[in-house]
Write a protein that binds this ligand. Sequence first.
Ligand SMILES: *Cc1c(COP(=O)(O)O)cnc(C)c1O
Length: 394
Amino acid sequence: MSDGGIYASLGVRRIINAYGTNTRLSGGMMAPEVVAAMAAAARACVEMHDLQAAASRAIAEATGAEAGIVTSGAAAALLLGAAACMARLDPGAMNRLPDATGLPDEFIVVRSQRNMYDRALRAAGGRIIEVGIPDRLSGPGVRDASAGEVAEAITPRTAAVFHLAGEGAEPTLPEVARIAHARGVPVLVDAAAQLPPVGNLRRFLDQGADLVCFSGGKAIGGPQASGILAGRRDLVSSAMAQMLDLDLPEAQFVAPPEFAALNQMRFLPHHGIGRAGKAGKEEIVGLIVALRHFAAEDPAARTARWTARLDAVRDAVPGAALVPDGAKPGLPLLELRFADRAAAERAEAALRARDPAVHLDASRIRRGVLAVNPIALDDADLPLLAAALRECCG
Ligand SMILES: *Cc1c(COP(=O)(O)O)cnc(C)c1O
């Protein structure tokens, strides 16, 4: 509630975001130290490769990766990761993307993992090669893609195997990594929303990912327009070269040690394909501070902080129950069960019609369930939220 003022002055209604860190609801909220760091960053200039080198050190510490960069989001990180897998350290290829003629440009994707964020692979110039028949999901069978089907799809035209991180992914990431690495092919992992648990910052890299993408604006609590690409130094360096503004005399550019692989390039590329996903100094600094905070906070303390928000509103709705989020260990939700889907839809619409509008997690509304997600809530809004729930769901 603290700063609805700026939005009011723009004629924009603020909302109470009890849905989660969804992009259309403007992500989450940043801790005061992240806001302060961004404001401080805005008051001095630096050379961007020096700042990305500092980000790389912070990302390496938090994830165990060899190197990392901050992008404008996980989607931009995916685009840059794909560009890196295709162009590697070839500046001519960097200049040509998204024309990937002559490059390995195929991304093998398990059909059940297809999603519209994988457009980033195509936006970089890649082509998606689907494998597997996920009939365990459509009902009539018990299988998804097999390790053998992924292996068979790998050819000299393969740029990478793409993997969408998530519980129940088949084949598993360790299996995919084993197959891909046996053929000298990298694995690019979309883990944008796979936090918490904090252990996932390291887990996918430990399981063999060569590159992994995270959103900065989801549970990490960084700027809404920030993301992380972390992994192998040569690939991250390629991604860095394709996002940096390298509009300077070639002799002036000296790659920092974090991106030492760039010194192998035959010449300096121009603005790369990642220019459309650049992160500013404010985002980079904000992400570094948020990531350190997220990695350092005791997970039990974080869960307690989130639980306290839900406890403050749970009495508003008889029968409301605290439940763990199935996919995100450590994240509690306050679940509201309605008689049927229509009743849940009426309550959801009534909450959105208020001022400020209240948005609940409606991902299970088909089953008559709404939930309060605490991540993006402001403590100062809890009394307003409780009153809204009491009126619309009580
Ligand atoms: C949110 C999300 C993205 C995009 O992340 P941004 O940081 O908003 O760019 C990509 N992939 C998945 C699976 C996501 O959930």
